[in-house]
Design a protein around this ligand. Structure first.
Ligand code: FES
Ligand code: FES
Length: 157
């Protein structure tokens, strides 16, 4: 066992876990941040997507040892203070989710896209979101939600 300090959602957390533990496991089982989901465990589905220093990463294949050196992580719980991020509002307006299981990963990937590129084309959205799987097939509503959030954000900028 080893002690690690993790900066998540702008807060430092101390955890005592075995070296090599998956970051996803630490988030869910040690810190109670269960918004990040376990899907495949092998970086193939995107359900566990979080941000590491602003970039989307798959938490299931990141070991805690590799992120405990001052890097900043953001999970779905830290995307906005009260669920009012433009993407979350667009998700509600377009009724994007079906079962909901993949949706925090979808939102975190989409948030990283809009931070890099506030006005993506439909092709850019499809390309960036490729690899975040939705077993319910909500892809078209997700694309519409991202376009809506992009319009809202750029209109208010
Ligand atoms: S659970 Fe991490 S990519 Fe599927
Ligand atoms: S909404 Fe069910 S897996 Fe995406």
């Amino acid at each position: 066992m080893a002690q690690y300090t993790l900066n998540i959602n702008n807060q430092d957390h101390e955890v005592d876990v075995a070296e090599g533990t998956s970051l996803l496991w630490v988030l869910r089982e040690h810190l109670g941040l269960t918004g990040t989901k376990y899907g495949c465990g092998i970086a193939q589905c995107g359900s566990c997507t979080i941000h590491l220093d602003g970039a989307p990463v798959r938490a299931c294949v990141l070991q805690v040892d590799h992120v405990a050196n001052g890097q900043k992580m953001k999970t779905i719980e830290g995307l906005s203070e009260s669920g009012n991020h433009p993407l979350q509002q667009a998700w509600i307006e377009t009724q994007a989710p079906q079962c909901g299981y993949c949706q925090s990963g979808q939102l975190m990937q989409a948030a990283a896209l809009l931070e890099q590129n506030p006005s993506p084309s439909r092709g850019e959205i499809k390309s960036y979101m490729n690899g975040i799987l939705c077993r319910c097939g909500t892809y078209m509503r997700i694309i519409e939600a991202i376009e809506l959030a992009s319009e809202t954000t750029t209109q208010n900028a």
